[in-house]
Design a binder for this molecule. Structure first.
Ligand code: AN7
Length: 361
């Protein structure tokens, strides 16, 4: 059998587009290269003129898109001689930072909003041996403290304020373009701290500039109704949503998110928790894809816009329009939520008759 070189992660694959040299020690868990699934049910729902795809970022090594940025942020921290890194997190960043820090041999400190992160994410940060501190406040408080401390101490901040995080995360847009042969017409995604929309837009623009693509997508971002500072035009003091990953009231990359929206001719809107749950269940039950609630905000947004006839207005004559929804994190991150919104299993006696009765045979 012919030996094929194993995939080595996003830095190896896209080195030409990233701030690395042959001196950069590449710290990777082979993130990236995630599936771009054609979503048949969602395509039908969105309308005959639409082709909907799901970028399943939950299949990254720690279960979220954060790994793309973390491989670069941690590699550069290592290159620069850092001994410790810190982040504030609604969960996924901390899981990713903790894992990549292990791989790099760095100390990792994470600040999480007390009682407000999903169980799977907390378990990851803990099992990877990060120093986990639950801050008695929300994410925005935790991020402010992380910024202060890393400004004045020899600890590297690995939140998306770290430009290497954005650089790494833009590789997701390269993958989408490489897969479709061009950029999609629309990209729909959740917006929390707004690093990811910033990263995708940067990636799409760079690929277009390099002549790799001929179009730029319209960027469609969705916040949760109770945590929608960009939509409302002012910070939200006490953000609330069941999508804990995007429970953020004062996004660090606010301006860049608005730039992505405006330069692309897109929009940033919001969806309610019940719309998020509906999309979450639909993804699992009609597409076979389990994504966490924050990720389902993208599909909730897609459906909201489709219902309004937004895509119909944008349809081109002969060609179907391509829409990519980003599913940022795996459903297993937040198992409690799944169990809460579905009926618990029926208990049956341990005999076939009882089981057959229960399933209607
Ligand atoms: C699943 O982990 O902010 O708009 O601290 O985990 O780039 O913040 C997570 C954010 C979307 C929003 N989906 O992305 C953190 C954190 C999932 C997420 C977002 C997050 P950004």
């Amino acid at each position: 059998m012919k030996h094929r070189q194993q995939y080595q992660g996003v830095i190896d694959r896209y080195a030409a587009y990233l701030p690395v040299s042959n001196k950069t020690p590449i710290v990777t868990l082979q993130e990236g290269n995630t599936p771009l699934l054609r979503a048949d049910f969602l395509s039908r729902l969105a309308g005959t003129h639409c082709e909907v795809y799901l970028k399943y970022e939950g299949l990254n090594p720690t279960g979220s898109f954060k790994d793309r940025g973390m491989t670069l942020a941690i590699s550069k921290a290592k290159e620069e001689g850092a001994k410790a890194v810190m982040c504030a997190s609604t969960g996924n960043t901390s899981a990713s930072a903790a894992a990549y820090s292990v791989k790099a041999g760095l100390k990792c400190i994470v600040l999480i909003p007390k009682g407000a992160i999903a169980l799977g994410k907390l378990s990851q940060a803990l099992i990877h041996g990060a120093v986990v501190l639950a801050v008695d406040g929300n994410f925005d408080d935790a991020l402010s403290r992380a910024r202060e401390i890393t400004d004045t101490h020899p600890i590297t901040l690995v939140n998306s304020l770290n430009p290497y995080r954005i650089e790494g995360q833009k590789t997701a847009s390269f993958e989408i373009c490489d897969c479709l042969g061009d950029a999609p017409d629309f990209q729909v995604m959740p917006v929390g701290n707004a690093g990811n929309i910033t990263a995708y837009w940067k990636g799409y623009k760079e690929y277009a500039r390099q002549g790799k693509t001929s179009v730029l997508p319209k960027m469609l971002g969705f916040q949760a109704e109770g945590a929608a500072p960009i939509v409302k035009g002012r910070p939200v003091k006490d953000p609330q949503t069941i999508a804990t990953a995007i429970r953020i009231g004062n996004p660090a990359s606010w301006k860049q998110a608005e730039a992505a929206r405006d330069e692309s001719g897109g929009l940033i809107d919001m969806v309610s928790d019940s719309q998020i749950i509906e999309a979450y269940k639909l993804l699992a039950q009609k597409e076979g894809v389990f994504a966490e609630p924050a990720s389902a905000a993208s599909v909730a947004g897609l459906l909201k816009l489709a219902k309004k006839g937004y895509f119909k207005k944008q349809a081109k004559k002969a060609k179907k329009i391509k829409i990519v929804c980003i599913l940022t994190g795996h459903g297993l991150k937040d198992p409690d939520r799944a169990i809460k919104c579905i009926e618990e299993p029926k208990v049956v006696k341990p005999n076939s008759k009882a089981i057959l009765g229960a399933i209607g045979y």
